[in-house]
Design a protein around this ligand. Structure first.
Ligand SMILES: [Zn+2]
Length: 260
C-alpha cells in the first residue's frame, strides 16, 4: 500500500474513480438502511484503491439520505485527506481503519448494530451456516468479547485481531462486522449475513438444527461464481433502490461494476 497523498486519493477535484466509489459508499448505506440492516447507526466504508486510506460517511449524516458529496476520506490515523469534506466521521471509525491496516486484502467494511446478529452473542448459541451463501464464512465467525463501542485505535486493533483472517465477526451485545473485496460485495455479504442469522432462528422454530457441514460448505465454495453473484445482486438492489426512490439516480452506480 502506498501512503495517501494530495496527488492521490481525494483532491479538490476527485478522480472519476474516487467520485464513483464515494457514490457507491453512499448508495450502499442507503440500501442497507432500506433493508433494515443499518438504521440510525452502523456504517459502511471502502478503501481507496491501492492506498492506506478509505472513504466513510459522516457521523451526522442520516443513513437514509447520505450523498456522495458527504463522504469523507481519511488515512488510517483518521486524518482527513486533502479535499475531503470537513465532516466528523463516525465515533467507531477505528473499526474500519484498523481492519484496513491489518488486512491489506480488505477493500470494504460494514459494521452493523443488527439486533439479530447481537442476539447470537448473548445467547448460549453459535451462529451457524444455514444457507448456501454462508460458505463465505466457512472459516468461522469469531465473537469479539469487548461489549463497548470501538472508539480507539487500540480497541480497533483488538477487534481486527479477533477478526483475524475471517470474513466476519460478531461483537458481544453490540452487532457485527463483515469485510469484502469490493463495495458491491460488502452490500451483498451484509444482506446474506442477516439472512443466514434469520434462517437459523426460523429453522430452530421448526426442529433441531441441521447446519451445513464442512463438506457441503466446501462444495458450495467450489461451485460458486462469487463475482457473477455479486454483480447480479448489486444490480438488483440498485434497481430496487431507484424504483423506491431510495436512490436518486444521480450517479451511474452500474458503471465500472465488477466483472460479469
Ligand atoms: Zn457499533
Amino acid at each position: 500500500m502506498t501512503p495517501p497523498s494530495a496527488a492521490g486519493a481525494l483532491s479538490s477535484a476527485p478522480s472519476a474513480e474516487v467520485a464513483l466509489l464515494a457514490a457507491k459508499v453512499a448508495a450502499t448505506c442507503r440500501l442497507l438502511n432500506m433493508e433494515g440492516i443499518l438504521n440510525y447507526s452502523g456504517h459502511v466504508s471502502a478503501r481507496l484503491p491501492g492506498q492506506d486510506a478509505f472513504l466513510i460517511h459522516p457521523f451526522i449524516s442520516s443513513r437514509a439520505s447520505v450523498g456522495a458529496g458527504d463522504i469523507v476520506a481519511l488515512d488510517l490515523d483518521l486524518r482527513p485527506l486533502p479535499g475531503s469534506p470537513a465532516h466528523k466521521p463516525p465515533i467507531e471509525t477505528p473499526i474500519h481503519s484498523e481492519i484496513y491496516r491489518a488486512r491489506p486484502d480488505v477493500q470494504a467494511v460494514v459494521h452493523t448494530h443488527s439486533e439479530l446478529a447481537a442476539a447470537f452473542t448473548v445467547a448460549d448459541a453459535k451462529l451457524l451456516p444455514m444457507k448456501s451463501h454462508a460458505a463465505r464464512w466457512s472459516s468461522g465467525i469469531p465473537v469479539h468479547p469487548d461489549p463497548s463501542h470501538i472508539e480507539t485505535a487500540e480497541q480497533g486493533r483488538e477487534l481486527a485481531a479477533t477478526l483475524g483472517r475471517h470474513n466476519a465477526a460478531l461483537l458481544r451485545a453490540h452487532g457485527g462486522v463483515c469485510v469484502a473485496e469490493s463495495i458491491e460485495a460488502i452490500l451483498i455479504d451484509a444482506v446474506h449475513f442477516e439472512e443466514n442469522a434469520r434462517a437459523q432462528v426460523q429453522a430452530l422454530a421448526i426442529g433441531p438444527l441441521l447446519p451445513l457441514t464442512e463438506q457441503e460448505l466446501a462444495l458450495l465454495e467450489r461451485r460458486s461464481n462469487r463475482a457473477q453473484h455479486v454483480d447480479k445482486l448489486w444490480r438488483y438492489y440498485v434497481g430496487l433502490g431507484l424504483s423506491r426512490g431510495v436512490l436518486d439516480g444521480g450517479e451511474d452506480l452500474l458503471a465500472a461494476g465488477v466483472p460479469r
